[in-house]
Design a protein around this ligand. Structure first.
Ligand SMILES: Nc1ncnc2c1ncn2[C@@H]1O[C@H](COP(=O)(O)OP(=O)(O)OP(=O)(O)O)[C@@H](O)[C@H]1O
Ligand SMILES: [Mg+2]
Length: 253
C-alpha cells in the first residue's frame, strides 16, 4: 500500500516545494507510482512542473469543497508515473474559504485513502503556516518531511511544527511519524551553515536524514524552467542530493 508524506514547515522559502517536486520526480523516475498534491494556494508546484497556472479546470479547492470527486482532480504529467493534483484557486475569496476548511480535517485523509492502492507514494506540498491546510495535510499523512534551512529562525519554526505534530497526533492522526528533518540550502564552506548544523544536530539528531541538500543554483534554475532537477541537469549536486533523498526514503519504506 502507498505511503502519504507531507512536506511541511511553517516558514517561507525553506525548500518545501523544491523538495516536494524533486522528491516526487525522483520517485516516479525510479518507477514508483507517485501523486504530488499542491496544498499551497500559491500554486508553486505548477511552476516547478512547467504547467501554466490556470491550465487545469479543477484541483484541491474543488475536491475539498465537494465540487469534484478525487478522480476528476488528478492529472497526468509529462513524467511517467507522476500524477498531480493542482491547487486551482480562482480568487482570493477561494483562498480564504480553503484555509477555513479545518473543520473537516478528515475529508482529505479519507479521499486519499480511497486511491492509495493506485500509488506507491503521495507527496503533499504544504503552505508556510501551521494551521488550516497544513493541519489537513498532516491529518492525512503517514509521515512528514521537515525541510530546514541552516539558520536561526528555522530552528524556531521546527520547534513549533514538532509541537504541532504532537497535537495532530493526539487529536486527528495517531499514526503520523516524523519521516525526517532535511537540511536544505546547505553551504559547506560557511561558518553559519556549519554552526547551525551543529545546533540542529544537538536538538534533533534522531530525526535528521543522512542526505543533506546543498545550496545549488541548478535547483533554482530547474524550477524556473519548470523541470525537476534530475531531468534538467542530472549531474548537478542538487539533482544528485534529491536522488539520494528518494533512495533513502524508498529504502526505509
Ligand atoms: N537547495 C537549494 N539551492 C538553491 N536554491 C534553492 C534550493 N532549494 C530551494 N531553492 C530556491 O529557493 C526558493 C524557495 O524555495 P521553495 O519555493 O522550494 O521554498 P518553500 O519552502 O516552498 O517556500 P514557500 O513557503 O514560500 O512555499 C526558490 O526560488 C527555490 O528555487
Ligand atoms: Mg512552497
Amino acid at each position: 500500500m502507498g505511503k502519504i508524506i507531507a512536506v511541511a514547515m511553517p516558514k517561507g522559502g525553506v525548500g518545501k516545494t523544491t523538495t516536494a517536486i524533486n522528491l516526487a520526480a525522483n520517485l516516479a523516475l525510479a518507477n514508483k507510482r507517485t501523486l504530488l498534491v499542491d496544498m499551497d494556494p500559491m500554486g508553486d508546484c505548477n511552476i516547478g512542473l512547467g504547467i501554466a497556472i490556470g491550465s487545469h479546470e479543477s484541483g484541491l479547492f474543488q475536491l475539498l469543497n465537494y465540487i469534484k470527486p478525487i478522480d476528476q482532480v488528478i492529472y497526468k504529467t509529462s513524467i511517467d508515473n507522476l500524477s498531480f493534483i493542482p491547487s486551482v484557486l480562482k480568487n482570493a475569496l477561494d483562498e480564504e474559504r480553503l484555509s477555513k476548511l479545518s473543520h473537516n480535517n478528515m475529508y482529505l485523509s479519507n479521499v486519499l485513502r480511497s486511491v492509495i492502492f493506485n500509488y506507491d507514494f503521495i507527496i503533499l506540498d504544504c503552505p508556510p503556516y501551521l494551521r488550516g491546510l497544513t493541519t489537513i495535510a498532516l491529518t492525512a499523512s503517514d509521515s512528514v518531511i521537515l525541510p530546514m534551512k541552516p539558520e536561526m529562525f528555522s530552528l524556531n519554526a521546527a520547534i513549533k511544527i514538532v509541537e504541532h505534530i504532537s497535537w495532530v497526533k493526539k487529536n486527528w492522526n495517531s499514526l503520523i511519524k516524523i519521516e525526517g528533518i532535511l537540511i536544505t540550502m546547505y553551504e559547506p564552506r560557511t561558518k553559519a551553515s556549519s554552526q547551525m548544523q551543529d545546533r540542529i544536530l544537538n536538538q534533533f539528531a534522531r530525526y535528521l536524514f543522512k542526505t543533506i541538500i546543498p545550496k545549488n543554483t541548478t535547483l533554482n534554475e530547474a524550477t524556473l524552467n519548470g523541470t525537476p532537477a534530475i531531468l534538467y541537469n542530472p549531474s548537478s549536486i542538487g539533482a544528485k542530493a534529491y536522488s539520494d533523498l528518494a533512495f533513502e526514503i524508498v529504502s526505509r519504506s
